[in-house]
Design a protein around this ligand. Structure first.
Ligand code: NAD
Length: 360
């Protein structure tokens, strides 16, 4: 069977890690028909749109995509292509497994946490009011009338919106994932003590959903406490379910626990569509240097193979990546204590392909 998959190379380091990933996926023995599509600054130059309709159409048709990172310049009017993709395709769940592979550069042991991040709303959704605009003044006025709170005139405002529907859907996703993967516990993170109506609703909904899953333990943590406990004793956590922005932050924290952003894969999942991508961004300073670690995107490829029900190939690819990490020879600078004797992005792909052939 040939799988039709949309491939978005991305920008910055995206094209290099995408090429390395494409090579190892093809070497897994699974057959792909790649539909290459574009997003971000390069798409704007080439096609006049940050997120061309053709890219969305390709994903809608193939239902599976694998994507390199795309740059989002800070503080400009440029809305995040990544956020737009997730919202437009209703990819409401961001799944990020954080597991330590033997030989990974970390002081921790036995960490195996799965992060489930709500992907469509919260403070991250990009509903914003710019300083000095008439609509911002109207909103300030409304806030004053409704709450008696004064918002300073020179304020920019970002809305944090949390709905019961999206909270229920993401918490259910976490519990269903726990059941399907024989996981024991779901921890919901929030700041409901302060944000009573947004995080409070998320927590109340999570508690309600948890009643439907008596076979799985449920607990909650205030997110600042969660940060401290993750660094102190990460082994106590199994599945974490979080609103959007906390999920973003905790994903990078957990990537740090397991060896860094070079080893942190992910997937954005909807009811009938999926985009697989690394947790890391486009690291523009390393663009074109054949330097960065492609393993996050390769491991996202492993997740994609599982999604495509190519379990044997997924296990072989993951086994090959794990073996390359364990040997510690053909790894990039981030996996070497002083960056000494590191190899480049494409050499990691060579080593993984060689290992896969040995495992066959
Ligand atoms: P980043 O993740 O791109 O890089 C931060 C640092 O992490 C890098 O400087 C590098 O030291 C390290 N790093 C990242 N990926 C690595 C890899 N594969 N191998 C080895 N080291 C790696 O974060 P940033 O610099 O904050 O963001 C750059 C751009 O990427 C921003 O525009 C941001 O919005 C965007 N971004 C995109 C996505 C996405 O496309 N899904 C995700 C996160 C950030």
């Amino acid at each position: 069977m040939v799988h039709n998959v949309t491939l978005i190379p991305g920008d910055g380091i995206g094209p290099e890690v995408s090429e390395a990933t494409k090579r190892v996926l093809e070497a897994s023995g699974v057959r792909f028909k790649w539909d290459v599509a574009y997003a971000g600054a390069e798409a704007l130059e080439e096609f006049g749109a940050l997120l061309p309709e053709a890219t969305l159409a390709s994903i809608r048709q193939n239902r599976v995509a694998i994507k390199g990172p795309v740059t989002t310049p800070v503080g400009s009017g440029f809305r995040s292509v990544n956020v737009a993709l997730r919202k437009k395709l209703d990819l409401y769940a961001c799944l990020r497994p954080c597991k330590i592979y033997s030989g990974a550069p970390t002081v921790f042991k036995n960490v195996d946490i799965v992060i489930v991040r709500e992907n469509t709303e919260g403070l991250y959704a990009g509903i914003e009011f710019e300083e000095g605009k008439p609509e911002t003044a109207r909103l300030r006025q409304l806030v004053f009338e409704a709450t008696d709170s004064e918002v300073r005139e020179d304020s920019g405002i970002s809305l944090k919106v949390i709905s019961e529907m999206a909270s229920r859907r993401i918490v259910r996703f976490a519990f269903e994932y726990a059941r399907a993967h024989n996981r024991k516990k779901v921890t919901a993170a929030h700041k409901a003590n302060i944000m009573k109506f947004s995080d409070g609703l998320f927590l109340a909904t999570a508690r309600d959903v948890a009643q439907e899953y008596p076979d799985i333990e449920f607990e909650d943590r205030i997110v600042d406490n969660l940060c401290m406990q993750l660094v102190k004793k990460p082994q106590q956590f199994d599945i974490l379910v979080l609103p959007n922005l906390y999920g973003d932050l905790i994903s990078d924290l957990c990537a740090g626990l397991v060896g860094g952003l070079g080893l942190a894969p992910g997937a954005n999942l909807g009811d009938d569509m999926a985009i697989f991508e690394a947790t890391h961004g486009s690291a523009p300073k390393y663009k074109g240097m054949n330097k960065v670690n492609p393993m996050s995107m390769m491991l996202s490829g492993v997740m994609m193979l599982k999604h495509l029900e190519e379990k044997e190939a997924a296990d072989r690819l993951e086994g090959a990546i794990a073996a390359v990490i364990a040997e510690g020879n053909d790894v990039t600078y981030d996996m070497k204590p002083n960056g000494a004797e590191a190899v480049g992005t494409s050499q990691v792909a060579d080593a993984v392909i060689k290992k896969m052939r040995e495992i066959k």
